[in-house]
Write a protein that binds this ligand. Structure first.
Ligand code: GSH
Length: 245
């Protein structure tokens, strides 16, 4: 089986898939797609993923090709087909444990309507490129509503994680991170990299730090840390880095 991941390290859903491939020890080729430059809208890429977004996966399973978009669908597929089923089922057990899978699906679905919906990083990168005299206006017209939108989701995560009495905090609640932890933490890591703090959400902060310290997450997070550092160094006086405490 040959697998190619079309992705970019500055893309949250791309990093989630990349980290999972490494966690599961799945051999693959990484093909960088210049999403900021519009490459996802080219003919060649549309053939790979009709949805015109990264990440996308191409699998050649002994002559039967599979083209797949949407990070959550890709990650579920990888867990279902990984050779190391014992390892993969900790991330997503599929039919082996429908109840646990449903709890993970619940958080994955919630992710798209909440934390992902208020994706600030994309706009932080745009703000980074913009003229100095527009930065303050963009902060108040664009970033502030996203910060406000993200706040109830952070409160929800904080309450959920604070109810876990023992073991490593994890969204599905049994001490091992799952696809839900991966997807949601990757989204929040990118604004942490810029310098946003989560002091008002200590359980979220501890959970995020634990996810970021996993060796594969750390390796895949290199570009986002560098980009976050650059944005912070050049723009931080325009940003409300204490928006979450
Ligand atoms: N729901 C999708 C979101 C994918 C997505 O938004 N990808 C962005 C990069 S982070 C992209 O490809 N943007 C290019 C575009 O929309 O033109 C997933 O989870 O895979």
């Amino acid at each position: 089986m040959t697998i190619t991941l079309y992705a970019h390290r500055l893309s949250q859903p791309s990093r989630a898939v990349d980290i999972l491939l490494r966690e599961l020890g799945i051999e693959h080729t990484f093909h960088e797609v210049d999403f900021a430059g519009g490459e996802t809208h080219t003919d060649w890429f549309t053939h790979i993923n009709a949805l015109q977004t990264i990440p996308a996966l191409w699998v050649d399973n002994h002559g039967t090709p599979l083209y797949l978009g949407e990070s959550h669908a890709i990650m579920r597929y990888l867990c279902r087909t990984a050779a190391d089923q014992e390892g993969a089922q900790r991330w997503y057990p599929g039919d082996a444990d429908p109840a646990r899978s449903a709890r993970i699906d619940q958080w994955l679905d919630w992710h798209h309507g909440n934390v992902r919906r208020y994706d600030m990083f994309h706009h932080l990168m745009n703000l980074h490129q913009t003229l100095p005299m527009l930065k303050r206006e963009i902060q108040s017209t664009l970033l502030t509503p996203l910060q406000d939108g993200l706040t109830p989701g952070l409160a929800m995560l904080e309450a959920h994680l604070s109810r876990q009495q023992q073991g490593t905090p994890a969204l599905a609640g049994d001490g091992h991170p799952t696809l839900a932890d991966l997807a949601i933490s990757c989204e929040l890591h990118q604004i942490m990299a810029v310098g946003y703090r989560f002091k008002n959400y200590p359980h979220v902060k501890a959970w995020l730090e634990a996810m970021a310290e996993r060796p594969h997450a750390h390796a895949v997070g290199d570009r986002i840390r560098a980009q976050g550092h650059e944005i912070r160094e050049q723009n931080s006086d325009y940003l409300a880095l204490d928006a979450f405490g």
